[in-house]
Every structure is written in structure tokens, then in C-alpha cells.
Design a protein around this ligand. Structure first.
Ligand SMILES: [Zn+2]
Length: 235
């Protein structure tokens, strides 16, 4: 049994894993991701507003055309009224009603046009605000990127060094033990745990006496509960 060697190997292995995890948590990396996500969000908002504007533009043109058509109708109706005054009160009332109806519709369209122009203005302002925020985020992103790229390069070199060391240490291990270690690590890390007072220090479960006996006899024993390789310092 070469559990002590495997235990020492685990220390370098875990140190590299921790270092890699720290790299992912790097404040500069987090800042960079935050800016990148903000930029994506702003781009999406801008696209959404673009498509809203396109829809509004279509509607605006349709309403404007319809209002112009009704205005022409109104003009014709008024001209006809002037050229040939109504013969009686009934006819006068009918003609006035239809003129009134046209005027009402035109004024409704005009209200709608005013509202749409206001909406368009407000969307213009939103897009302007987005452009300002995006420019700021991009500038910050670029600044952090320079720092982070340098940090990442250094950390990557350090990690590669650690992994090289792990490979060298791995070559000194009992291959079967190492394979067991790696297979346990897939689902449980760190894959080894000390034994103290009959307890597994990985999951703090009290181990049955048969397990403890087997451990004393020098066999490879895994914790019944968490599956870690148990390591006894006295060994
Ligand atoms: Zn355990």
C-alpha cells in the first residue's frame, strides 16, 4: 500500500484544482463577464426597439395615408355642398352628418398620429441612452480585458506548471491506486479522507468495526457512506 504517497499526491492535485477554481472566480473575470452580459442585453434591447420602430413606422404611414384620403373626401364634400346647396332640411342634415363623421374620424387619426410621434421620440431617447451606456460598458470592458488577459496568461502558465508537476507525481503512484483515486474523484472530491476516532473525516460518519479492522490490516478501504479512500496517518 502506498497510501501516504497517494495522500501527498492528493495535496498537489487539490492545490491545482483550487487554483483553477480561483481562476474562474477571478474578480477581473467576473467584471469582464458582467460588462459582456450588459453589452449583450443592451444590444438585444436596441434590436427590440428597432423592430418596434419598424412596426410603428408601417402603422404611421398607413394612418397618414388614410387621413389624407379622408381629408380629400371632406374637401370634395364641402365643395359639393357649396356648389349645390341641399334642397331641404333632411338633405342638409344628412350631408352635415356625413361631414361630421369624416371630421371626427380625421381628428381621431390625428390624435393617433400625435401619440405615435411621441412614442417614436421616446424610443429615440431610449436608443440614445442605450448607445451611451453601451459605449461606457465597451470602454470599461476593453480596459479590464487588457488587465485580465495579462492575469490569465500568468495564471495559465502557473496552472500548466502545476499540472506538469501532477503528472510527474502521478507517475510515481501505484497505478491501480491512482486509477481508483481518479474514479472516486469523478463523483467525490477530495477523493481521500483521514480517519479520526473511528470516523471518516470526509463525511463524519462513524465507521463499522469491520471497516476499521480491515483498515488496520492494511487493505484499501473506502468509506461506506461517501466512498472516499480512507487514510490512516499511523500507516
Ligand atoms: Zn465518508
Amino acid at each position: 500500500m502506498q497510501l501516504k504517497e497517494l495522500w501527498n499526491f492528493m495535496q498537489v492535485d487539490m492545490a491545482a484544482d483550487n487554483f483553477e477554481a480561483e481562476m474562474r472566480k477571478s474578480p477581473n473575470r467576473q467584471k469582464l463577464l458582467k460588462r459582456r452580459n450588459l453589452l449583450l442585453e443592451l444590444q438585444n434591447n436596441n434590436k427590440r426597439i428597432d423592430s418596434e420602430i419598424a412596426v410603428m413606422q408601417d402603422r404611421l404611414e398607413a394612418v397618414r395615408d388614410e387621413a389624407a384620403r379622408l381629408e380629400a373626401l371632406l374637401k370634395t364634400a364641402l365643395e359639393e355642398l357649396q356648389a349645390a346647396p341641399p334642397a331641404d332640411m333632411d338633405e342638409a342634415q344628412r350631408k352635415l352628418d356625413s361631414v361630421q363623421k369624416l371630421t371626427d374620424t380625421i381628428s381621431r387619426y390625428e390624435q393617433e398620429l400625435t401619440k405615435m410621434r411621441k412614442d417614436a421620440d421616446s424610443r429615440d431617447r431610449q436608443q440614445k441612452d442605450i448607445r451611451v451606456r453601451a459605449a461606457k460598458a465597451k470602454q470599461e470592458y476593453d480596459q479590464i480585458k487588457v488587465v485580465y488577459d495579462k492575469e490569465y496568461k500568468q495564471d495559465t502558465a502557473k496552472l500548466a506548471e502545476m499540472k506538469k508537476n501532477i503528472e510527474a507525481e502521478a507517475a510515481k503512484q501505484n497505478p491501480e491506486l491512482l486509477e481508483r483515486y481518479r474514479s472516486i474523484k469523478q463523483h467525490c472530491t477530495p477523493p481521500m479522507a483521514r480517519l479520526a476516532d473511528g470516523q471518516c473525516c470526509g463525511c463524519f460518519m462513524q465507521l463499522p468495526s469491520a471497516t476499521l479492522r480491515a483498515l488496520k490490516e492494511g487493505t484499501l478501504v473506502e468509506c461506506d457512506n461517501c466512498g472516499r479512500i480512507l487514510y490512516c496517518e499511523e500507516e
